[in-house]
Design a protein around this ligand. Structure first.
Ligand SMILES: C[S@@+](CC[C@H](N)C(=O)[O-])C[C@H]1O[C@@H](n2cnc3c(N)ncnc32)[C@H](O)[C@@H]1O
Length: 306
């Protein structure tokens, strides 16, 4: 662990000087993206907004604020994620409380939110299920933009569920977001949900040790470990997702960049229709989506969703 101090002067350090010094400290520690990390930590340490740093750059930090920044920088230099140091992370348009018990929400996962919001009409009284809800990222981002929607977030980790519940409460969504401790969709009724989303653990067990320390030492292994080939969760989820979806319902599940073929095949095998893969902003395969076939009723008419 790195224990070096930042040597920040405690007297007369301005916002702009503190930002530059913090960036240099992180750069020297080999941290990727030091400019943004330095700014995020400075904002919290100095109780300044992003625009304060630009519009009031010569504001002087108090000695307490410098010490706080110093502590943050030492933790970051020791490869603790910024989200753990600050206890929060922005995702989509919301901000989430984050602890070491939940996966830090990733921008990649916003592909699911973006697709769902573009695909489902806003006035649908949507009932959704988020399997492996973690911090609540996907569920709460969608509910925050769909005032008619309700949802259930399931996780096997009770500690993660506590964080998700707290995030729902902080966002005023506790009346529409519910949480359950369960093994994936176990116990959920057949044909019940208009939408099922999931970002399951999908990293092959052997690969975890090769990941950067921020992930391998600080993220919960329950959120990462997808078994020997990374596909264990999808094997369980494919049939379960198709079972709990309403006919005509939509699913969107996150995948690793190289898992598109395997996960598409599992979903097709489980009976999914219109299966395809969406890409993330870096043009990598990121989300497999599709629907459950609409059933014809005895009169030959398709039932309406919702
Ligand atoms: C990759 S994280 C995703 C968290 C959150 N949905 C997100 O996108 O940021 C996977 C989540 O699945 C949960 N999980 C793992 N195995 C599970 C199981 N058998 N049943 C339910 N949840 C499970 C983990 O605890 C973790 O919170």
């Amino acid at each position: 662990m790195t224990t070096a101090t930042t040597d920040l002067p405690t007297d007369g350090l301005t916002l702009v000087q503190a930002w530059a010094a913090a960036r240099r400290r992180l750069e020297a520690a080999g941290i990727e993206g030091p400019v943004i990390d330095a700014r995020l930590m400075l904002e919290v340490a100095a109780q300044a907004t992003r625009s304060d740093i630009v519009t009031d750059p010569y504001r002087v930090l108090t000695p307490d604020q410098v010490q706080t920044l110093d502590r943050f920088l030492n933790r970051r230099a020791a490869r603790e994620p910024v989200s753990h140091i600050l206890g929060r992370k922005g995702f989509w348009t919301i901000e989430l409380k984050v602890t070491p018990d939940v996966l830090t929400p990733r921008p990649d996962t916003e592909v699911i939110v973006d697709y769902v919001l573009k695909t489902l009409t806003p006035d649908l009284p949507l009932h959704m299920l988020d399997l492996g809800v973690g911090s609540g990222a996907i569920l709460l981002a969608i509910l925050s933009e769909r005032v008619m929607a309700t949802g259930l977030g399931v996780d096997i980790s009770t500690a993660a569920l506590e964080v998700a519940r707290e995030n729902a409460a902080l966002m005023g969504l506790s009346d529409r977001a519910h949480f359950l401790h369960a093994d994936w969709a176990e116990g959920q009724p057949d044909g019940h949900y208009d939408l099922v989303v999931s970002n399951p653990p999908y990293i092959a067990t052997g690969v975890i040790a090769t990941l950067e320390p921020e992930v391998r030492e600080h993220e919960p292994h329950l959120a990462l470990d997808g078994g020997q080939d990374g596909l264990d969760a999808y094997r369980k989820l494919a049939g379960e997702i198709m079972r709990v979806l309403k006919p005509g319902g939509l699913f969107a599940i996150e995948i690793g960049y190289d898992q598109s073929r395997a996960v598409e095949a599992l979903m097709r095998h489980a009976g999914a229709k219109g299966v395809r893969t969406l890409k993330d902003l870096a043009n990598r395969n990121r989300v497999v989506t599709g629907t459950k076939k609409l059933e014809k009723n005895p009169l030959g008419k398709a039932p309406s969703i919702g």
